[in-house]
Design a protein. Structure first.
Length: 276
């Protein structure tokens, strides 16, 4: 008895083809299952738990490619549990619990600080800059931007653009950090072509609002508030917290007691108490 045909196709052939497809599917499934076993990469469950605790800003301030990268590094023991600059002491402690490591000492929170007090009313201009409003672009044109001081803030907002937390703005020609919003991710530090911004301990009582390395005469010629390296602050400090290097005063926050004598004596009023 011959096989039944439908539209010229043998029913037996259809059944055979179906069986072949089914067998092929079964073999592919078995091979995929075997491959998954052979190439399986174990994932440390702690990585996922750490990632859930991290804030998710992906700012890169920790030095890794976002929070995923940091979570992996912490889980593998390649980064400390308190490596995230955005997370506070409580989150650091929780990450420490996941990793079985105690955070013995809470880090002094850091904030960005712009080492310039040369606002529009105090710093001279050598010419009117009419180029792109970007510090990095202005820094490479002849003269390095309109501001007469070659160390001062250009005020075109590269740092503002870099900040994801709305923590820095240009006020009266100089970048100003909102310490409450700053998470010390370091993006503004990287963005500043004049290396004017640094991360300082939030607890620092006094800071020097200048970055000029010029001598006093040259400083006075372009800015009414720049450090002139007069050494009066050094002589006033009883704790050895103030030094002058390259004509610029520096304060060691570890030695500073916050007495304020250096600020009182500074003729340029460039040493100022920080806002809490």
């Amino acid at each position: 008895m011959g096989s039944i045909t439908v539209l010229g196709i043998s029913i037996g052939a259809i059944g055979t083809a179906g069986a072949v497809v089914g067998i092929c599917g079964l073999l592919v499934g078995l091979l995929l299952g075997l491959a998954s076993k052979i190439f399986y990469v174990s994932v440390d469950e702690r990585e996922g738990r750490v990632r859930e605790l991290l804030p998710g800003n992906n700012c890169g301030g920790c030095g890794y490619a976002g929070c995923d990268g940091l979570a992996k590094a912490i889980a593998q023991g390649n980064a400390p549990v308190d490596a995230c600059p955005v997370a506070g002491g409580k989150i650091h402690a929780e990450i420490g619990e996941v990793m079985g490591k105690a955070v013995t000492e809470e880090k002094d929170r850091k904030v960005a600080f712009v080492k310039c007090g040369g606002t529009c009313d105090k710093a001279d201009l050598k010419y009117e800059y009419d180029g792109l409003k970007d510090c990095k672009k202005a820094a490479v044109v002849p003269g390095g931007g309109g501001k007469a001081c070659s160390y001062g803030c250009l005020g075109y907002g590269s740092c503002v653009t870099a900040c994801k937390f709305d923590a820095i703005h240009i006020v009266n020609g100089v970048a100003l950090v909102d310490r409450k919003k700053c998470v010390a991710c370091g993006k503004c530090v990287e963005a500043c072509p004049r290396n004017l911004i640094e991360l300082v301990p939030e607890s620092a009582a006094y800071l020097v609002f200048c970055n000029s390395k010029e001598k006093g005469k040259e400083v006075r010629a372009v800015c009414t508030t720049g450090c002139i390296g007069c050494m009066l602050c050094v002589k006033q400090c009883e704790f050895g917290a103030v030094t002058v290097e390259n004509n610029l005063a520096k304060i060691d926050p570890q030695k500073c007691t916050g007495c304020g004598k250096c600020a009182e004596k500074c003729p340029q009023k460039i040493i100022r108490m920080t806002e809490k």
